[in-house]
Design a protein around this ligand. Structure first.
Ligand SMILES: [Zn+2]
Length: 347
């Protein structure tokens, strides 16, 4: 899983995907016939088929992070979040400020140390804007190396934890990995396959929309992580998915309802090939499928999800078995599917 480690450890917040884009470009150049990027920065690889329509795959390459918003006279940095954070998960974290060089920093809430907090102060709910970055440098040096608008990413090493992998940015580098690996396995396939590493998903599925307009696909499949809330604190009906129980075939989330026949086709393939799978209904949250679906005059879509615990923390955890199942189901689907014959949409 060297590639997953490289993908998760390379920085790329929404709007500043240049470093992760360069890594993915190299991978695509090995497996695609053409690779280009568009005006927003989406990276698009084409793997030519036998001329039977176009399938668009989308895995977003941006991760949640911050922008430097303000540097005070003591050299402490305030942050603008880019994407959705739970402030409770930011306690005690380290970040990297991508200024003139990469600078390691400590993230801390602007409160007194716990030893001297009053009972009343302890009850205060922290917000993201309460956090600041301490680079451990004198203010002149901070101002010399860092400017307002520089990106900031969370730092956490990639680790094998039991049977699972844990890191920052599994959302959605795990989806990007599934897309890249599934296509590497392909031999003959009917459709032209467009692999899109999309930008700006975390701020509203923006890159998928423009790239879908550029490609005009016959159908779209988003590859993303989804919640696996199967740990203490959750009720079983609210788990969404279980870690290790296989790739999740999405029925709906709050941004898209998957095409019914496409879901059926994915499920039939998973069943006939004994690929571990589960069906997913996510009450809140969305994937790039929500944007692809609404491009042009409408595009039938589905999402294949990799179950993930602790989403939007630095310890996002995915299962090795689920990754394999997702890669296998996607490559079988691409091998078998002729979008011009598949009964999709309202047909
Ligand atoms: Zn995601």
């Amino acid at each position: 899983m060297k590639l997953l480690e490289l993908l998760t450890q390379t920085p790329g917040i929404a709007g500043r995907e240049e470093r992760i884009r360069a890594v993915i470009r190299k991978e695509m150049e090995n497996s695609c016939d053409e690779v280009r990027s568009d005006a927003l920065g989406n990276l698009i690889g084409l793997k030519q088929g036998s001329g039977r329509g176009k399938i668009m795959l989308a895995g977003h390459m941006d991760e949640i992070g911050f922008l430097v918003k303000y540097i005070d006279d003591k050299g402490f940095i305030r942050l603008q979040p880019v994407g959705g954070f739970d402030p409770r998960t930011l306690m005690g974290q380290r970040v990297v400020v991508h200024g003139k060089e990469d600078l390691l920093g400590n993230l801390s809430p602007s409160t007194k140390p716990v030893h001297i907090l009053t009972e009343e102060e302890k009850k205060k709910q922290l917000q993201v804007k309460d956090f600041f970055v301490d680079l451990g440098l004198p203010p002149e040096q901070v101002k010399e190396k860092v400017e307002v608008g520089d990106p900031v990413t969370l730092r956490q090493e990639f680790a094998r934890v039991g049977n699972n992998y844990s890191s920052k940015a599994m959302d959605d580098r795990a989806g990007v990995l599934v897309m890249l690996e599934a296509v590497k396995k392909l031999q003959q396939h009917p459709a032209d396959i467009y692999l899109v590493a999309t930008v700006q998903e975390e701020v509203g599925l923006r890159g998928a929309l423009t790239s879908a307009f550029g490609i005009v696909p016959d159908l779209g499949i988003a590859l993303d992580v989804t919640l696996a809330a199967d740990y203490p604190g959750g009720e079983e009906p609210e788990y969404v998915t279980r870690l290790g129980a296989g790739v999740a075939i999405k029925i709906m989330d709050s941004a898209s309802i998957s095409d019914h026949n496409l879901v059926k086709s994915l499920r039939d393939i998973a069943r006939s090939e004994n690929i571990d799978h589960q069906m997913e209904i996510l009450p809140r949250g969305g994937t790039d499928a929500g944007s692809i679906q609404r491009s042009q005059a409408g595009v039938p879509v589905a999402t294949l999800s990799v179950p993930c615990r602790y989403v939007h923390t630095v310890n996002e955890m995915v299962s090795r078995k689920d990754l394999e199942a997702a890669i296998n189901l996607l490559s079988s689907f691409l091998t078998q599917t002729d979008p011009l014959k598949l009964k999709i949409g309202t047909a």
